[in-house]
Design a protein around this ligand. Structure first.
Ligand SMILES: [Zn+2]
Length: 170
């Protein structure tokens, strides 16, 4: 396979950690995956076999995290549902402008909006995939705390079954 950017030759490296900025989140890393590295321009592209499962895992992890959602995380959940801003704002009973301020991080979500988004995400995504709500999800939601822990990153091993953990970035 050629490089998508410069059409150069590529090689595959396994066992790599990849900073998955394509998710729209700046703190998600894929662990122990194969990447394709361009020999000409050094561009690195991850090889992700089950992107739907990966994104579902990220979404579910976000809903279970014990600190408030950031704007980018809230935006990730909405996009995972395939929801337009207008429709999502209607679900949340807020103005589209307020939603944009939340998602850009210009304005904090507030705990009620945070919890509502998580519950809606869990319900709608489970319905979309024809699955029951993950066990313990409501209890996990109740554990949401108000203080965000800074400097934590989400590491995901996309191999089945998905494994993930929050820890400080190296
Ligand atoms: Zn290239």
């Amino acid at each position: 396979m050629k490089c998508e950017l410069c059409n150069g030759e590529t090689i595959i490296k396994s066992g790599q950690t990849y900073h998955y900025v394509e998710s729209g989140l700046d703190n998600v890393y894929l662990e122990n995956i194969e990447v394709r590295v361009c020999q000409s321009c050094d561009a690195v592209a991850p090889r992700i076999s089950c992107i739907l499962d990966l994104h579902a895992t990220i979404g579910q992890t976000l809903t279970a995290q014990t600190y408030p959602l950031t704007g980018a995380e809230a935006c990730f959940l909405r996009k995972e549902l395939g929801m337009k801003s207008k429709d999502w704002a209607a679900y949340l009973h807020i103005d589209k402008t307020a939603l944009a301020l939340w998602e850009s991080g210009e304005q904090g979500l507030g705990l009620q909006a945070d919890l509502l988004m998580r519950l809606l995400y869990l319900n709608l995504s489970s319905a979309q995939r024809g699955r029951a709500l993950p066990t313990g999800s409501v209890e996990q939601l109740a554990a949401v705390v108000t203080q965000r822990t800074e400097g934590r990153s989400l590491f995901i091993n996309p191999l089945q079954p998905p494994q993930y953990a929050y820890r400080a970035a190296a």
